[in-house]
Design a protein around this ligand. Structure first.
Ligand code: C5P
Length: 402
């Protein structure tokens, strides 16, 4: 379950054109189960109306410190105290300057001073303003105080010019909020390596052999681990989905590349979770130029050699190792064999044909020393949540043993 669910989020919206995207951000947060309290500055209200935010958040929008007094409402102090996280998006150069200097001449400034929760700032402005030494100094001052600066991104700005200053996309702001809210979770301080998606084995400069793994399971596992506060390295074959915010991403192509990346990443790690569909074979020789029918004739014969078994080759008693088995027949028997052959602490077995590329899965968790757990058919994000809970238990058990 996402830590955004039931979170109380204060969203400061200031006067930049990216404010229109904040309506979408508020909507996404509400859909994810958060209660969103919007503070709209006067300049922000020039770009978007309070009614848009009120309709989406089902909460009053705060415009002024001088809101009518109520016995249960202490203005900026109430908002500051109830918040799990404060996000300012978009944050203009002016607001950044004010927050850097602790100015409290509006509801946003006072709320920021009255809270101890994490503060995220998503700058958005023209590139000259962003790179101005005054803005850079203000940003440094905020960062030194523990404020998380997210973005800006580079690209087309409202003026039509290209440069740094686009507000980070709402989906990435969401990801950062999710990461921040999960930081104190049960995997805090744990380093976990996850492999995901399928590997591709090159034939010639433009052709390869791959499999249909989409990476959805692995990416969901990464998200569930980040949600619980883990520091995650995601080693991924080619995939067309967005990596969860907070993971360090290492893109690879072939099984041999994935093996090298895993070996480097597991040094000092607590767990390795191999969700990747690693190709068992690779072409014995790669052609240095594009193969032509004129050269090969009617038939092309390519010899394959077996790839190294990545997880089986990783040693170390301290490392919790979890594998996945996607089989087309004798699922549990084959998975059990792999559990033993690869010295795994756990294996997730699922039917290859119905799970690969699908957003849902029916999985069974198998252990060397525990009864199997047969799960219902459910979204991969839910399988990932259950798996992450087992990782918490396996790591606690491992720590207890050592
Ligand atoms: O492909 P197979 O069914 O053997 O995969 C079982 C587990 O072993 C998976 O977790 C997979 O990522 C891992 N594996 C590996 N190296 C390989 C093949 C599979 O680490 N060459």
């Amino acid at each position: 379950m996402s830590p955004i669910r039931n979170a109380r989020i204060v969203l400061g919206v200031t006067g930049g054109i990216a404010a229109y995207k904040s309506v979408d951000l508020a909507s996404k947060l509400v859909q994810a189960g958060a209660t969103v309290h919007v503070i709209l500055t006067d300049a922000g209200a020039e770009f978007v109306g309070a009614a848009s935010f009120e309709a989406i958040t089902q909460q009053p929008v705060h415009r002024s410190v001088f809101e009518p007094w109520r016995s249960d409402w202490h203005g900026h102090v109430s908002l500051g105290q109830l918040a799990d996280v404060v996000v300012v998006a978009p944050a203009t150069a002016n607001t950044i300057a004010k927050l850097a200097h602790g100015l409290a001449d509006d509801m946003l400034g006072t709320t920021v001073l009255a809270t101890t929760c994490p503060l995220l700032i998503a700058p958005a402005m023209e590139h000259q303003m962003f790179h101005h030494p005054a803005t850079q100094e203000n940003l440094e001052r905020l960062a030194a105080r523990g404020v998380r600066l997210i973005g800006p991104e580079s690209g087309r700005l409202a003026s039509g010019e290209m440069g740094d200053g686009r507000m980070l996309e709402p989906v990435k702001i969401m990801g950062t909020i999710r990461q921040v809210l999960g930081e104190a979770g049960p995997l805090r301080g744990r380093r976990i390596v996850v492999t995901a998606a399928g590997t591709r084995e090159r034939i010639d400069p433009i052709r390869d052999v791959g499999n249909r793994s989409s990476g959805q399971m692995g990416y969901a596992v990464v998200q569930s681990l980040v949600d619980r506060g883990a520091e995650v390295t995601l080693i991924t074959g080619p995939a067309s989905i967005l990596a969860p915010v907070g993971a360090a991403v290492v893109p690879v192509e072939s099984a041999v590349e994935m093996e090298a990346a895993v070996r480097a990443a597991v040094d000092g790690a607590d767990a390795l979770i191999m969700t990747a569909a690693v190709s068992d074979y690779r072409p014995d020789a790669q052609f240095s130029h594009k193969l032509k029918k004129a050269d090969t004739g009617e038939r092309l014969t390519i010899e394959f050699v077996t790839n190294p078994d990545i997880v089986a080759g990783i040693e170390g008693d301290a490392l919790v190792k979890i594998g996945f088995a996607a089989e087309t027949h004798d699922l549990l028997a084959n998975a059990r064999k792999k559990l033993a052959a690869k010295s795994l602490d756990m294996i997730v077995a699922n039917d290859a044909e119905s799970t690969i590329g699908s957003p849902v899965s029916q999985a069974t968790f198998l252990y060397p020393d525990r009864e199997p757990e047969m799960l219902e058919r459910m979204p991969k994000s839910e399988v990932a949540d259950l798996l992450a809970d087992r990782v918490v238990e396996l790591l606690a058990k491992r720590s207890g043993e050592s």
